[in-house]
Structures are given as C-alpha cells and as structure tokens.
Design a protein around this ligand. Structure first.
Ligand SMILES: C[S@@+](CC[C@H](N)C(=O)[O-])C[C@H]1O[C@@H](n2cnc3c(N)ncnc32)[C@H](O)[C@@H]1O
Length: 250
C-alpha cells in the first residue's frame, strides 16, 4: 500500500496483522542496537501498525509505547501489548510530553509523513538530550522483487509507477536525519525477504486494501508476475531490502 491516511490504514488493520505485521523483523536488531535500547529504555514506536515491534520492545525489557494515526491499527497494537501505552497520533503531532523517551523508532512509516522534516523535528522534541532516533524503510525498488509484482499490477491498472521517494535511495535516510539537525551514528541495509506459503497469501498480501472483485480480477496478474520467485519447496520467496539509519539528538 502507498500513501498515508488513518482511515485507509484502519481499513486494512486485520490484513496487515495477518500478512505483513512481522515482515520487517530483520531490521529490528540493528535498529535496537544502534539506538542503544535495552532493559528500562523508554522507547516510542511511531507508526506502530499492529504492534509487533512494540511487543518485541516489551520482550527486550524496554518501557515501550506506540503511536499510529489509524485508530484500528493503534487498537490492535494496544490489545497485543496491554502493558504499553499506545495512542492515536501521527509523527508530526506526537501526543507525548517533551523529552519523554530515550529512543524513538519508525519502521516503514516515516515516508507517509506530510513533511518528513516536520516529523523528525517532532520526534526530536519527545527525545531526551542524547536520545536516539532509528528509522527504517524500503530500499529503492530495483532491490525489491516485490517491486516487479507491483509494477505488473500498476500496468494492469494502466497506472504509472511512482518514482522511488528520496528516503529509499542510498544515503536518503542519513540526509533526512542530518537535515533535521540530528547526528547520524549508524546506517545499513538488510534483507527482508518475503516468504509466502501459497498463492492465496501472495495475492492477498500484494493486493491488501483492494476489494474482493478487484482482487479476483488481478490475481492472475500477481501470480504471473511472481512466477520467477517460486520457491523450490513450494510457495514464493521474494528478496527485498530495507535501509535503516540511527541518529542522536544533541
Ligand atoms: C506500512 S505500515 C507499517 C506498520 C509498522 N511500523 C510495521 O512495520 O509493521 C505504515 C504505518 O504507518 C502509519 N502512518 C501513516 N501515516 C503516518 C504518519 N503521518 N505518522 C505516523 N504513522 C503513519 C499507518 O497508519 C501504518 O500503521
């Protein structure tokens, strides 16, 4: 899915939890390490979706919180994490006091801000001096097998594929953090392969948010485009990459 908007994301909360919720897990470890998150750290996950990373933070002993502008996403994250504070809100208007957190994370979410610079300024506001912000998002489309499938879907709609946003290119996250006056302390790229057990989950995952009729119409397009990524043992394996970067607040 592209674009922000609480209502759009709320409408797909159940499907997100089922099909995509833990997808970005390979990027969690480098983010937590470079953000110096450990037991007792006060950590906010911005754009927390259905709360899988918040749950991981709780397991790591952090005092975890989440925020998401989609009420159904925030509700699911809260239900998954009864000990965590999870509120409705977007990155540009965080419903938390100044200097409330030691670290703030945003995985596959900052690109939906109306203004990334305003979002990062708001993140800095809720961090203690010396606190850390860790951001991760999709790498450029050329690194993602999923891009091949999404292009085929866009062609079937006769739509233009939007160009990669500035955060996705090498150095994009670091530039955004530096432009916001933050000191970059680490960055990297990780494989986030998507292992899909069967055709049904592949089609529903790619077409999340589409109605039943459109999903049925586009299913053959998705299956044809994904054929090169069939796994020998069954299902599909799409290689993809996420970039991450962590910065400190002065
Ligand atoms: C692709 S999902 C990622 C969810 C979660 N971070 C994950 O990795 O599973 C994007 C999330 O960002 C949220 N979002 C959209 N616009 C946002 C904004 N302006 N500020 C913060 N979060 C936003 C959506 O509601 C959605 O839950």
């Amino acid at each position: 899915m592209d674009g922000g908007g609480g209502e759009r994301w709320s409408a797909v909360a159940d499907g997100w939890a089922e099909l995509w919720g833990s997808f970005a897990e390979p990027v969690w470890a480098p983010l937590l390490t470079a953000s110096r998150i450990g037991p007792g750290s006060r950590v906010l996950d911005v754009g927390c979706g259905t709360g899988e990373l918040v749950a991981h933070l709780v397991r790591a002993g952090a005092v975890a919180a989440g925020v998401d502008p989609a009420p159904a996403m925030a509700r699911r994250a809260s239900e998954r994490n009864p000990t965590a504070t999870v509120l409705d809100g977007d990155v540009e208007h965080l419903p938390f006091e100044d200097a409330a957190f030691d670290a703030v994370l945003a995985v596959n979410a900052l690109q939906f801000a109306d203004d990334v610079g305003d979002g990062l300024a708001e993140v800095a506001r809720v961090l203690v001096p010396g606190g850390r912000v860790g951001i991760a998002c999709w790498a450029e489309g050329a690194r993602n097998d999923l891009d091949v499938v999404e292009r085929a879907v866009a062609e079937a709609y006769e739509e233009d594929v939007p160009p990669d946003g500035p955060l996705r290119a090498e150095g994009g996250l670091e530039s955004a953090l530096a432009d916001a006056g933050l000191d970059v302390v680490g960055a990297g790229i990780v494989d986030v392969s998507w292992a899909v057990p069967d055709d049904d989950r592949l089609v529903r995952g790619v077409l999340l948010g589409e109605d039943e009729r459109t999903t049925a119409e586009l299913a053959p397009t998705v299956l044809r485009a994904a054929a090169p990524f069939r796994a020998p043992a069954g299902g599909y394996r799409l290689a993809n990459a996420f970039r991450w970067a962590v910065a400190g607040v002065r």
